[in-house]
Design a protein around this ligand. Structure first.
Ligand code: ADP
Ligand code: MG
Length: 694
């Protein structure tokens, strides 16, 4: 039995392995590439490829793959074996620098949102040396970016890497002004908390809705749901605990720093959080985590549901994106400091985030938009669809005191002045957990809580990094031009607070009154995916992305199309699945049960006994009639939407028409379920799904 330190990273080509297996000059060259994005010469790539191959083969790998993250939201891989003929009828194991650095998967079947029409269909994958190579199922997986031959990003990773570069560039400028000349790079860091459900596999297998769409499209409310709040942080069931143990080991092997795990609010719901790391590694690791969650659940006879809302009436699953920025010298820039000077710097970075979130509320909302997450945002369990920021009462009071030049502490008459005062040692302890805020400052990082559980974290971090890079660019421009730095800094901070304080809200985000207040403040309330996606094409957003070279205009437009198309497709598949289930399983089941009831009723009539069966049969027949009618209406809505040629109009129609009809159909079916004998109902019930893992 291996110890955890022995296990950890045993299947990742991490720091220690690199240092042990690479010649010193190659190792140094690779480190330079990893830290500062320096180009890696091919001779070093050859040496690295060979070392990776030897290590991989020793660890049982036979194949390698360029592992990438296309716009489908899941990872893609195509395996190639290491074997190469030696000319004498045998094979040798080979892997060259060229194969490590570049791959050419057929790009034509991945979503490209119109890019294919404009550019060559072929694409290539390029090694991302900043993320670690790992072994999964005897395959050496090389994290890569995926681009078209024209250089357009076809994946989620490329824009993320570009946004990290943009952030680094602007943050380094600002840090120079504070005298930190030795800082060469700044990185955003992320620790994503992942929620998920575990249900018994034998029940999952009986539900086409779960199989095709990841969520239940029908299901009457069980007698017990989450009312008692007895699941949250409760004792973990032995079967789940076995699963978690297994999962942790697999995650540790590939170098994922899985740290905490606990039960969540809903029955059958759990959460896993890793220790934070650099954003692009965190992104890769979160994808790996989602993959392993699903794979290992199966090993334990369960299925892991990553959908944002698998069950109506029960809390859905999110992913909390804990985000901060640190220097290459290891300083967290969102950590309040010990000296007035450090605090002035902290306040400036804090202001950069406040400004970014206010100016680009729409982008953060878009980053969390998907058909699945629309069920959560704005429902009473996840943050509302309005983007706002929580900074805690004390920090808000400090910001106010700076803005107005008034006393921060009424008793002591202290007035907070940038660059003069040390911030009180409050934040760590008193930034309480406002769980209703979409974007909360938690002492030395921000927690973005709108993201859905199945989403890649690449999108939101791309948006965040870029928006903050823009704030910092504006700040650096102004401060670099100033004669008196401290004075300019004071003015800048005060003005930024004044201009952007509307985004700060410390109250209860679930409160109806907040939505009114938010509207008064002029904040956006973009309720659904089709409502928010058009904002992606706003001129200010295109300008943001092109200025920082994160997306070209063509790339933004292609993403817009992909996101809209995806939304429509998801609802289309859900509607088709409902129709299939009703026609093949649900209506026949109701008929069989009705027939059974009528048989009994007829016999009873013969004997002159009165019975409930006839009444029940009547009620069920009426519901069956209703279901039959609603299916026809839904089918008609699908025909209607198929006429739409404009992508936005199509998505809007799916939302306002098809989706509404789906809910009407569901209501009739769920009612029928409550009065049909379990033996006849073709689907495992909510009770079985939610309480079936024992
Ligand atoms: P809390 O329980 O207060 O939310 P934790 O320390 O448990 O805080 O952190 C929650 C998540 O935030 C973890 O994944 C953690 O690694 C991550 N995190 C902590 N510090 C940072 C940071 N500086 N940057 C990014 N993520 C961080
Ligand atoms: Mg947290």
């Amino acid at each position: 039995m291996k110890t955890i330190p022995e296990l950890f990273g045993s299947k990742a080509f991490g720091e220690d392995t690199m240092r042990a297996r690479l010649p010193k000059d190659t190792y140094n060259a690779l480190k330079r590439t990893m830290s500062f994005g320096k180009r890696l010469p091919i001779e070093h790539a050859n040496v690295i490829a060979n070392a990776m191959k030897d290590w991989a083969v020793e660890n049982g790998a036979t194949h390698y793959t360029h592992w990438f993250q296309p716009m489908t939201g899941i990872t893609a891989e195509k395996h190639d074996s290491f074997i190469s003929p030696d000319g004498n009828g045998s094979v040798i194991m080979e892997f060259s620098g060229k194969e490590l650095v570049k791959g050419e998967p057929d790009a034509s079947s991945f979503p490209s949102g119109g890019l294919r029409a404009t550019f060559e269909a072929r694409g290539y994958t390029a090694w991302d040396p900043t993320s670690y190579v790992f072994i999964k199922d005897n395959v050496l997986c090389i994290p890569t970016a995926f681009c078209s031959y024209g250089g357009e990003a076809l994946d989620k990773k490329t824009p993320l890497l570009r946004s990290m570069e943009a952030l680094s560039k602007q943050a380094v400028r600002v840090l120079k002004l504070f005298g930190h000349d030795s800082v060469m790079a700044v990185k955003s860091t992320v620790g994503p908390e992942q929620e998920y459900f575990l249900i018994p596999k034998e029940y999952y297998d009986k539900r086409k809705d779960l199989i095709y769409t990841g969520r239940t499209l029908f299901g009457a409310k069980p007698p017990k749901g989450q009312e008692l709040d007895d699941h949250y942080f409760g004792v973990i069931k032995p079967r789940v605990s076995e699963f978690m143990k297994d999962l942790n080991e697999e995650l540790w092997k590939v170098g994922v720093l899985a740290k905490t795990e606990h039960n969540e609010v809903a029955p059958a719901q759990h959460e896993l959080a890793p220790i934070f790391t650099t954003t692009n590694i965190a992104t890769d690791h979160n994808q790996l985590t989602m993959e392993l969650l699903q794979k290992i659940a199966k090993r334990h006879g369960m299925v892991c549901l990553l959908h944002e809302k698998p069950f109506a009436g029960v809390n859905g699953s999110g992913k909390h994106n804990n985000w901060s920025i640190s220097t290459d010298t290891g300083v967290n820039l969102l950590e309040p400091g010990e000296t007035p000077h450090e605090n002035a710097q902290f306040l400036l970075f804090l202001c950069s985030v406040i400004k970014a979130v206010d100016d680009y509320q729409d982008l953060l909302r878009i980053a969390a938009a998907s058909a699945g997450n629309d069920h959560r945002l704005g429902a009473n369990e996840a943050p509302p669809a309005v983007v706002s920021m929580f900074v805690g009462e004390e920090l808000e009071a400090i910001l106010e005191s700076i803005e107005n030049g008034t006393a921060y502490d009424a008793k002591e008459k202290t007035q907070m002045k940038v660059g003069v005062h040390v911030l009180p040692r409050f934040m760590r302890d008193t930034t309480d957990r406002n769980r209703t805020s979409p974007f909360a400052f938690t002492g030395n990082k921000f927690e973005f809580r709108m993201l859905g559980s199945s989403s890649s974290i690449a999108g939101v971090n791309t948006m965040l990094n870029t928006a903050v890079a823009e704030s910092l660019r504006v700040f650096a421009d102004e401060l670099e031009a100033a004669d008196d730095f401290t004075d300019a800094l004071n003015k800048l901070i005060t003005r930024t607070i004044k201009d952007h304080k509307r985004i700060i809200f410390n109250g209860n985000g679930y409160d109806e009154s907040w939505l009114e207040e938010a509207e008064k403040r002029g904040l956006l309330n973009l309720r659904s995916t089709p409502d928010c996606l058009p904002y992606l094409l706003k001129e200010k957003n295109i300008e943001l992305f092109t200025t920082h070279k994160v997306y070209s205009e063509v790339e933004i437009r292609s993403r817009y199309e992909i996101l809209l198309e995806n939304y429509s497709k998801v609802i289309h598949i859900e509607a088709m699945t409902m129709i299939d289930m009703v026609n093949h399983d649900i209506l026949p089941a109701i008929s069989s049960y009705t027939k059974e009831l009528l048989k009994t009723a007829a016999m009873q009539k013969e004997f002159g006994v009165s019975s409930y069966e006839a009444e029940r049969a009547k009620k069920l027949s009426a519901l069956a009639g209703c279901i039959y009618e609603k299916v026809a209406i839904l089918e008609e809505a699908l025909i209607n939407v198929s006429d739409k040629t404009d992508l936005l109009e199509e998505a809007q129609t799916y939302k306002s028409d098809v989706f509404v009809k789906m809910q009407e159909l569901r209501a009739c079916v769920d009612e029928a379920e409550t009065i049909t004998a379990s033996d006849f109902w073709p689907l495992p019930s909510y009770g079985e799904l939610l309480f079936g893992v024992r």
